[in-house]
Design a protein around this ligand. Structure first.
Ligand SMILES: [Zn+2]
Length: 308
């Protein structure tokens, strides 16, 4: 299905990649300063062409692209990097150093792990092509990158993945949160966790606290689009993660096995999930995502039980 591209803020475009034909699911950002361009997230391999077409539709050449900034290297965020980099002679892929091995050799672990965790969804995302090592800039303890008059600050935010980063764009003060601040569904104004195994709760909460302390104006979600009330959304998401964790423990303790009963229990404490479940028939991909997120909490709860 064809993409759509829209200038959401001055010089910041959001591309709905229409991954797997789904609405409000996954996107990528095009940020420009004059003729220089950075992509924040590139989406999966299966929609690489859509991103190329969107770039050309808004009038930028492949040569204008300087950076492909990735919040993580998972298939839905960085999967298209290897497919795209050959088109962009002046560009570098920027990712946390813990993730770059997966970009260089996606076949070895990333593709296998994606198939295990995501099942047939991995096929919808498509198999990523490798990125040549010399085209990657590894991020360690944070990093600042200039694009004309703009500045990107890259902040390590482990939790969703140990190699996850968030990216602040200045002077607009927009934070691109990848999966660190959950999944936002604009038409319903709900946020849901993006916490597939091996999600880690304590670092995730700390990462969101870090984002709040940096006082962003706007949150730019990969799933999905830009939202205001950044601080409130981030705070509420912290509470939501704790609620889901408590619920996961209770589900295990009570031996609940039916999915509906599980969601019912959580939605009594999480009004966003409750709202989502009312509409989720139309959002198949997201519903699958929510189930995978719950599995992340089960894994943590089970690990803690084993420790006792
Ligand atoms: Zn994601």
């Amino acid at each position: 299905m064809k993409y759509s591209v829209n200038e959401e803020r001055p010089d910041v475009w959001f591309v709905d990649l229409k991954v797997g034909g789904e609405e409000e699911y996954t996107g990528a950002y095009i940020v420009a300063s004059g003729k220089a361009v950075a992509l924040v997230e590139v989406g999966p391999a299966s929609t690489a062409e859509n991103l190329l077409d969107a770039l050309s539709e808004i009038g930028f050449s492949p040569e204008s692209v300087k950076y492909l900034l990735l919040t993580d290297v998972h298939l839905d965020h960085g999967g298209a990097s290897g497919n795209l980099i050959g088109h962009f002679p002046n560009a570098y892929v920027v990712a946390h150093k813990r993730g770059i091995q997966h970009l260089i050799d996606p076949e070895k672990m990333l593709w296998k792990a994606a198939n295990e965790v995501l099942g047939f969804v991995a096929k919808i995302y498509g198999k990523p092509e490798p990125v040549p090592k010399e085209r990657i800039i590894p991020v360690e303890e944070g990093m600042s990158l200039a694009l004309g008059k703009l500045n990107f600050e890259i902040i390590p935010t482990p939790g969703h993945a140990s190699h996850h980063v968030c990216i602040f764009l200045y002077p607009a003060n927009i934070v691109f949160t990848g999966d660190a601040a959950g999944i936002y569904i604009p038409s319903r104004e709900v946020v849901l966790p993006a916490t597939p195994p091996p999600f880690k709760l304590a670092p995730a909460l700390k990462s969101i606290e870090t984002l709040i302390s940096l006082k962003p104006n706007l949150v730019a979600y990969t799933h999905f689009n830009i939202a205001d009330h950044a601080k409130e959304k981030l705070k509420k998401h912290c509470d939501q993660l704790v609620i889901w964790y408590e619920c996961a423990k209770e589900i295990i303790a009570r031996g609940i096995e039916r999915e509906e009963e599980m969601f019912d229990l959580i939605s009594r404490r999480d009004s966003d999930l409750k709202k989502f479940l009312r509409i989720s028939g139309k959002l198949g991909g997201l519903r699958r995502g929510v189930k995978t997120s719950l599995r992340g909490f089960f894994q943590i709860a089970a690990e803690e039980q084993n420790k006792v």
